[in-house]
Design a protein around this ligand. Structure first.
Ligand SMILES: [Zn+2]
Length: 161
């Protein structure tokens, strides 16, 4: 079974984990999952704050519609929940980034997948996605909070192939 198909019942008030993982790998997976759940709200708050509560792609400022997107995912050992491994994105751009419909190159340029660029659909595709191609990423006000270029490069490779 693939790790992302597994499900565990987790009770954070319990001292342990109810599902009883049988292997070291299982235990590590559960521990990581718990850590992610605990860190997620803090990560989101820090990333949104760094970006002035606006989408790094389209500048949307409705916090209710904003997420903290990971550059290197949680599943990666280096995919830590730190501001430099995140970017504030509205939900549509976050989803597009996770699906590799949208990429961010290490020079902070936004790229839209070629198939999407060639397609015709409604205003969300035209204005929400196609119009973002070639745009410069809206960076955090503090330089130290800017996305890690090496992480972006690695992630951008997945978008480019
Ligand atoms: Zn956006």
């Amino acid at each position: 079974m693939l790790p992302d198909q597994r499900q565990f019942v987790i009770d954070l008030d319990d001292s342990g984990v109810r599902a009883s993982p049988t292997t070291t790998l299982d235990k590590r997976y559960v521990e990581r999952l718990v850590r992610q759940r605990v860190h997620q709200p803090v990560f989101r708050a820090r990333v949104l704050s760094a970006y002035g509560k606006r989408c790094a792609i389209c500048t949307l400022t409705y916090a209710e519609l904003l997420d903290a997107a990971h550059i290197l995912p949680d599943s990666d050992e280096r995919g830590l929940p730190v501001v430099t491994n995140g970017m504030a994105m509205c939900t549509i751009h976050h989803r597009a980034y996770d699906q590799n419909f949208l990429g961010v190159s290490p020079d902070y340029t936004v790229h839209i997948n070629e198939r999407l660029l060639a397609d015709r659909d409604g205003p969300m595709l035209q204005y929400g996605l196609q119009a973002m191609d070639g745009k410069r990423l809206e960076l955090p006000s503090r330089r130290d909070d800017a996305p890690d270029r090496e992480h972006l490069a690695e992630r951008f490779h997945a978008f480019s192939v």
